[in-house]
Design a protein around this ligand. Sequence first.
Ligand SMILES: Nc1ncnc2c1ncn2[C@@H]1O[C@H](COP(=O)(O)OP(=O)(O)OP(=O)(O)O)[C@@H](O)[C@H]1O
Length: 200
Amino acid sequence: MALVGENLGYYYRKDSWILQDINITIAPGEVLGLSGYSGCGKTTLARMLAGYVPPRAGRIILDGRPLLRGSFRPVQLIYQHPEKAINPKWRMKDVLNESYTPSPEILEAFEIRKEWLDRWPLELSGGEKQRFCIVRALHPDTKYIIADEMTTMLDAITQAQIWHAFLNICQSRAIGVVVVSHEQSLLNRLCDRVYKVGLD
Ligand SMILES: Nc1ncnc2c1ncn2[C@@H]1O[C@H](COP(=O)(O)OP(=O)(O)OP(=O)(O)O)[C@@H](O)[C@H]1O
């Protein structure tokens, strides 16, 4: 059930390609890093791999078939800023239960406190909200997760705890993970291999 990007290319302004001829394969359970200088196109590539943006060239294949943009996303994307992914008019328990009911164990693994569930998004910190986005992405049918600067806003200790919990679950379910980060030390620590986007 590999996730494959074949000859991918992207531009925002016509004839001004920011990504070209990207060939990338992620195996189930693999942790792949995406590195590269600021503005080289990491987020754009992440969005294409998750099926949020159709490539201008090439295609995304999941399990031998083109990735469909259906209602359920087998490739989940976690953004740097959880505010972008959470409806501000929903209480956190509704955000959490949007697509499945997470077990008490998974909530515990991410240290999500019971009293947070009745709060509005504005009443939680960015790091607290991000835990909900991570749990939500770990839907039972998720095959791949693209984590775009997922823990950039967190202190080093919380960052380490969250990655530990997250990668344990991904490993146990053979979920493939793409870690997008500008922090080379984080990529070296977490990833089986690192793909460099752009030239530098
Ligand atoms: N919606 C857009 N319209 C036009 N240009 C865009 C748009 N989004 C991004 N870009 C440009 O595309 C290039 C790649 O952006 P992208 O966000 O993918 O890079 P990145 O490697 O993730 O950057 P960073 O590490 O700084 O987050 C940048 O030059 C950026 O200015």
